[in-house]
Design a protein. Sequence first.
Length: 474
Amino acid sequence: MTLLSDLRQTLGNENVLEEPLELYIYSKDASLMRGEATFVVFPQSAEHVAAVVQIAGRHGMPIVARGAGTGLTAGASPTEGGIVLATTALNSIEIDSDNRTAWVGAGVINLDLSKTAAPFGLHFAPDPSSQSACTIGGNVANNSGGAHTLSEGSTTSHVLGLEVVFADGEIVVLGGQAPDAPGLDVKGLVVGSEGTLGIVTRALVRLLPIEPDVRTLLLDFPTVEAAVTTVSEIIAAGMIPAALELMDQRMTIAVENWLHAGLPVDAAAVLLAEVVGEREGVDSQASQIGEIGRANGAGDVQIAKTEEHRALLWKGRKSAFGAMAQLAPDYYLHDAVVPRTKLVEIMRTIYEIADRYELTLLNVFHAGDGNLHPLIAFDASEPGVADRVHKAGEEIVAACLKVGGALSGEHGIGLEKRDLMRMAFTEIDLDAQARLKEVFDPTGLFNPRKVLPDGSRCFDFGGVRREVPEGAWI
Ligand SMILES: Cc1cc2nc3c(=O)[nH]c(=O)nc-3n(C[C@H](O)[C@H](O)[C@H](O)COP(=O)(O)OP(=O)(O)OC[C@H]3O[C@@H](n4cnc5c(N)ncnc54)[C@H](O)[C@@H]3O)c2cc1C
């Protein structure tokens, strides 16, 4: 039987796409890189996923898992061709309010989980800005963070168990309700593995109580340095706010022009701070944050008076990437992380790099975590600009590593940063990671040529190192 007839017989014609336009749509995520899907499939159950994995193995065809395709590193782009396995139909949610947990299908949209848990007084803490679209499977695969990662940790802190289909087509459950399972932490390994070890079909996640009270503050600053210094001083004062998010002036103007969220456009930077807990606690922390801000030159310290006002401020922050469309047809977003105490230094370096390459750069980021998101606005049709954008991006990443940072704070490596892995890891580190991948995926079925650069296995050293495929960048 051909691959197509195998897939159709197992999943039904309606769950297999093969038309060129349909394949085109599923050949790219939210990054600037495109692949070429051979087929797109929509398994309706974990058993279907297992069957697709076995079929792909028989036909030697790669499989790329896809949630909502909001990833920013080409993780879900089938740049080596193959079957794109869309998890859309794996959308069950089983809340266990007594245990404050839920078994959640990989295709469930992040925000839908919190909406379903809300009547039980619970929510799912990881809240990527893309939460109205991205899936739990994508969150697990990328170990995603969000504005509230500062106090609650990223996705890995909230995953108790996983149901995974490995390369032999077996459905395996890792972890479970009981804390601290003995033995090697294979679940921990799968979280953040970006679809390179297996396909996650369900996740057992921790749910947290909805906090009784919240204060959301907006502070404006005369300089970016004053804003980031405030961030460090808030943490040094012993507080861990739920969120500390920063936007520079260019970003604030772009958001205001679009959404009119009430952000001050004349300030060099604005800081959105949120504290949660009991009423007395949040009031006292809010006033302390205000004092620290004023001591660093904050002109105005607003506290959201109503839930609508709070929601509008967050809408402004979470829609920042969308606001980029006003400035240029394309943008390139970098995700890197530095120790919080290095924020002042790194922000100066980042602006200097953008100026040197004559690029328009905006900043909006999870300042409390030191997780930077410099955005470069450009027009890809302008000759030579894409080259400058990539060179500036690489310099930004190198500068972050130099001050003790990491390649990615939350978006993962995918294809985008695969070739930068050598900046952060030695050949021995990469070889160890490649060996681990081989244990789970001996034939390289899952998301090939993502995360690890070519030649990561020691026996490959000296061999041909293939570049990112021609035409992958748009
Ligand atoms: C506007 C915008 C804002 C964003 N804000 C944030 C943010 O605040 N924080 C943050 O961390 N990220 C953010 N992101 C990035 C992105 O939304 C996250 O990485 C998200 O978790 C990806 O989920 P997805 O369902 O879209 O996954 P996809 O893009 O479909 O896939 C991402 C990766 O996960 C793999 N994968 C997907 N599902 C599975 C599965 N079931 N099993 C195994 N592997 C799987 C894919 O192969 C791919 O490697 C943002 C993106 C956009 C466009």
